[in-house]
Design a protein around this ligand. Structure first.
Ligand code: TYD
Length: 211
């Protein structure tokens, strides 16, 4: 099978990670070769960068430095892991990828979207996902699911920030209708997954039967 890259996006607390796990179980069941990564992270170096990005002590980190660190983590993950896996014909699942930078650093922090697109392009060497699920949820509901006892640096930004990020994802959806699909993440987890699974089976019918 030709490798395929499927990414999951959404604000913190949208339930992405649960959906990624459900998809992993399903791909195992139907014996499809896959590999999963989460961003920032996925390589030794990218996990170190993750620590810097999520550490609440680094409150002085500028938005530009933040964007470049996310990009550095992504560049390493793309070269070291994602591209080789796609080359082996694997189904690659990524919990966050390029759209997180546009939504969080662009719409959330207010950095220039065109600049961020250039940075993304450099980091991934032009690699774009084949399919992106954007889990859509009202930020006030998502905040209920976040870790309020020990929020990380990003989670500590507050609900107004997540409103801007959500709006960013809506813009991304409008601009990339062939690649991005919105999923209502306020439904029961099982229903969210059924929708995702139906879309994957339809979109990759050929690849999944030939694997
Ligand atoms: P994580 O704990 O992995 O959150 P989640 O489970 O919601 O993915 O933390 C990653 C945080 O980093 C999350 O708040 C989103 C943020 N982020 C950006 O701001 N820009 C990016 O490019 C990426 C990949 C993540």
């Amino acid at each position: 099978m030709a490798g395929r890259l499927v990414t999951f996006e959404g604000i913190d607390g949208s339930g992405k990670s649960t959906q990624v796990q459900l998809l992993e179980q399903e791909l195992k069941r139907i014996r499809v070769q896959f590999i999963t990564f989460r961003e920032p992270g996925g390589t030794k170096l990218s996990e170190k960068i993750r620590e810097i990005l999520l550490d609440k002590k680094n409150i002085e980190l500028s938005s530009t430095a933040e964007s470049l660190l996310f990009a550095a983590a992504r560049a390493q993950l793309t070269t070291e892991k994602i591209k080789p896996a796609l080359g082996e014909g694997k189904f690659v699942i990524c919990d966050r990828f390029i759209d997180s930078t546009i939504a969080y650093q662009g719409y959330g922090r207010g950095l220039d979207i065109n600049d961020l697109e250039i940075i993304n392009n450099i980091a991934t060497d032009g690699l774009t996902p084949d399919l992106t699920f954007i889990l859509d949820i009202n930020p006030s509901k998502a905040v209920e699911r976040m870790d309020t006892v020990a929020p990380d640096r990003m989670e500590a930004t507050g609900v107004d920030f997540f409103r801007k990020v959500r709006e960013g994802y809506h813009q991304i959806l409008e601009q990339n209708p062939d690649r991005c699909i919105a999923i209502n993440a306020e439904q029961a987890q099982k229903n969210v997954f059924n929708e995702i699974n139906q879309i994957i089976l339809k979109r990759f019918a050929k690849e999944l039967t030939c694997s």
